[in-house]
Design a protein around this ligand. Sequence first.
Ligand code: NAD
Length: 277
Amino acid sequence: SQVPSITLNNGLAMPQLGFGVWQVPDDEAAKTVSTALETGYRSIDTAAIYENETGTGKAIAASQIARDELFVTTKLWNTEQGYDSTLRAFDASLEKLGLDYVDLYLIHWPVPAKDAYTDTYKAFEKIHAEGRAKSIGVSNFRPEHLERLLAETSVVPVLNQIELHPQLQQAESRAFHAQHGIATEAWSPLGQGKGLLEVPTVVAIAQKHGRTPAQAVLRWHLQIGNIVIPKSSTPSRIKENLDVFDFELDADDLAAFAALDEGKRLGPDPAEFNLGA
Ligand code: NAD
């Protein structure tokens, strides 16, 4: 496909643009993920808590796409953190997906109050050594959580998946990641489709290139080096969000995007999010 790859710190390649399936009900996931695969997406981002690993797995099986051409990510939910519970939760996710390995397994949130993410990650290292997760990483880790993980475990996470969009540009995390060879993956890259896509600067840049606001925002992510996983259930938007590899933002556009940063979180602050502790 036309999607470029990012080389992760373990040498494996990951498509820079994939398909996110948060809030896709399990009984619609097979159809929605099939549409994405038919459109040309090869990377799928799910999680145990999304409760759509079964539907996602059905679409993968039905696609007939060679397994090594797909990149499947799932995530461990907070309540399952801890060494033994992680091993059990991983087995359950693989079973639901109908796969014998995932490409990437992520700790969904650090859950600081639980104080279990290093033990959890040691179970991830075992799963990784067994080849059942080709890569392991984290999500929603702030630099202080990563510092501790790097000090207490052996395998450097391939990436950190964090909330990131033009109104929350995460400069501190991006710099920390770059310093440690950790890729940055943006969740809610379109700002969940609320507000951001109507911001006059974004609309103007899109118009200048004859594109949609969503496409302009995705281009911004790609050009600053992020991995992105936009979500849509609408076939025309699924296609539109992948159709971003034949135009380029210029330096003025990038400067205008840089000025949109206002530290606006749509989701919780990971330092304080202890659901499931
Ligand atoms: P997103 O930024 O991808 O926005 C999705 C929404 O934007 C859609 O529901 C739709 O309403 C709108 N949209 C999509 N394409 C559009 C288009 N072309 N034009 C206009 N509107 C459009 O938000 P998201 O789903 O929150 O994030 C993407 C993925 O990131 C999720 O599906 C999930 O896989 C992942 N995620 C991870 C975490 C985490 O904690 N790790 C949290 C949230 C999301």
